[in-house]
Design a protein around this ligand. Structure first.
Ligand SMILES: [Fe+2]
Length: 510
């Protein structure tokens, strides 16, 4: 053989590899081997072969998949499939994918030589080899363009999924800040990031979210906007990439010297108004943040700015609305000197009982929020009933008893949590099921509502009414105990008694 044709043998079985190598080398071929599909494809891409012999059954990339990849790279390169378990289906599939021939195991010396000889001759020797090399170069260019395109598609889909993930209605600003920080670090493979908001009153930056191994500042820490040049630039709306430990990092809530000491500062702005800064620091792989990183972070910050503005706007509107409702409750109570500050007192005392019962912080927040609004439904009860000096008639009592349902209806469109609405709706249920509006009994009554019920009743008993004088605290406690198991949850009353014995408890009647 005047020219030494190059053969690549891919098989995960070492015995087959070496046998074929020895066999073809004896016939004058230059033989290269690979023990799996991955190595095989990378060899095809890096060297010029005249023929490939590949096993069909291999782990990870099997022969058929490998065949597909080789054909995408170089459709003219002959590939012969080797299999120990030939089936018609496999043969058809292999041929459809462009296999040149099939060799079955155990193979015969003559058969292998005949197939390989025939195919390399068909391929046309040196001239064809050169053409293949040209083709391979063209393919490499296409592959590189393809990679760039894939990268762009990946970036776009990443940005799209980021937008989707931040586009959750009524996401709190706190959750949003944490999300942005997480996404920013993942986007550019950074160790940490923070969101800093400008406090226009004090001209300081306030940390709103922070993540990263080297961070020492916490949420709500203050960073002064001092004479540092970078700040002025960022406040003008310019982004900066900073490297080196120049004292600036101390301000940036980052301690120590990590691998890179590189930070990116991206202004968060609406139109030209800078309201905060996204700070991303320390590339995990070391080195400085590059242009691609900055580009990705700028896209993220544009999207994030809009979301932050929406979240803050929503929260401020929501806070305004809730404070209006609270004022409304206070106004309703203020008309009657006997019920003044009732809801505030009930809330404060209920929080103490909840703490005594080891409730979670979420539960305590729920009581703080919904406790002050629990009687909001009384807005629908007329003054002639609410301010009536004498005892109420049956009919009037029925009207008063609508207030939990009315209250829930008022609050429903405002997006309160189910636990908050449950306090409003169920604070007049009784343990024995004889309460209202739903006649729930025992543990079917939402737990936080049971706490409010006990404290609400205590406050009512210890308040003066037009038709009776306020009870003494001890007397009211005895009444709570007496009604355990009928009106009240015994566990809640027990906790209430413990709070009553504590120094916190107000012992005077209203
Ligand atoms: Fe009530």
């Amino acid at each position: 053989m005047s020219k030494r044709y190059k053969v690549l043998v891919i098989d995960d079985n070492e015995w087959i590899r070496t046998t074929l190598k020895d066999l073809l080398a004896t016939s004058g071929y230059h033989v290269d081997i690979a023990d799996n599909g991955e190595t095989g494809i990378s060899k095809v891409k890096s060297k010029c072969y005249d023929i490939v012999l590949s096993d069909v059954q291999m782990p990870k990339i099997d022969g058929i998949e490998l065949l597909k990849q080789i054909k995408v790279y170089d459709s003219t390169l002959p590939v012969v499939m080797i299999t120990g378990f030939p089936t018609v289906d496999t043969a058809i599939q292999a041929m459809k994918e462009g296999a040149s021939d099939f060799i079955t195991k155990p193979f015969r010396y003559e058969q292998v030589n005949m197939v390989v000889d025939k195919l390399v001759k068909e391929r046309g020797g040196t001239k064809k080899g050169t053409q293949t090399s040209k083709k391979a170069k063209q393919n490499k260019t296409i592959e590189s363009l393809n990679m760039k395109l894939n990268k762009k598609v990946k970036e776009l889909s990443l940005m799209n999924s980021i937008s989707e993930s931040m586009n959750i209605p009524q996401m709190s600003s706190e959750d949003l800040f944490n999300k942005i920080v997480k996404v920013a670090t993942e986007l550019v493979d950074a160790d940490g990031a923070s969101i800093l908001m400008i406090d226009n009153m004090s001209s300081e930056l306030i940390v709103k979210a922070i993540k990263g191994k080297g961070t020492k500042k916490e949420v709500d820490s203050i960073i002064p906007i001092d004479g540092n040049i970078p700040w002025k630039e960022v406040m003008k709306g310019k982004h900066l990439v900073i490297s080196g430990g120049n004292g600036f990092r101390k301000n940036m809530a980052v301690k120590g010297m990590n691998k890179s000491n590189s930070s990116v500062l991206i202004p968060l702005k609406i139109k030209d108004n800078v309201f905060g800064v996204l700070n991303v620091f320390d590339k995990l792989a070391g080195g400085k943040f590059g242009q691609e990183d900055v580009k990705l972070l700028l896209t993220l910050s544009r999207r994030a700015s809009l979301n932050i503005e929406n979240a803050i706007l929503y929260e401020s509107m929501y806070a305004n609305l809730i404070s209006t409702l609270q004022s409304l409750v206070a106004a309703i109570e203020a008309r009657d000197r006997y019920t003044q500050q009732h809801s505030q007192r009930v809330t404060q005392l209920s929080v103490k009982v909840a703490e005594e019962m080891n409730c979670s912080q979420d539960d305590i927040d729920t009581i703080k929020f919904a406790g002050v609004l629990h009687d909001i439904g009384k807005i629908s009860v007329s003054d002639s009933i609410l301010l009536k000096k004498g005892k109420l008639t049956e009919k009037e009592i029925k009207v008063v008893q609508t207030h939990p349902v009315v209250g829930e209806k008022i609050l429903y469109p405002l997006g309160l949590l189910p636990a908050e609405r449950a306090i409003v709706r169920h604070h007049h249920e009784r343990w024995d099921g004889k309460g209202y509006p739903d006649g729930l009994a025992g543990v079917a009554i939402p737990f936080l509502a049971r706490i409010i019920t006990v404290v609400d009743s205590y406050d009512a008993m210890t308040s003066n009414r037009p038709y009776r004088k306020a009870m003494e605290s001890k007397e009211a406690i005895n009444e709570l105990v007496r009604c355990c198991g009928t009106q009240f949850d015994k566990d809640v009353v027990d906790a209430f008694k413990k709070v009553y014995s504590s120094k916190f408890f107000p012992k005077t009647s209203k």
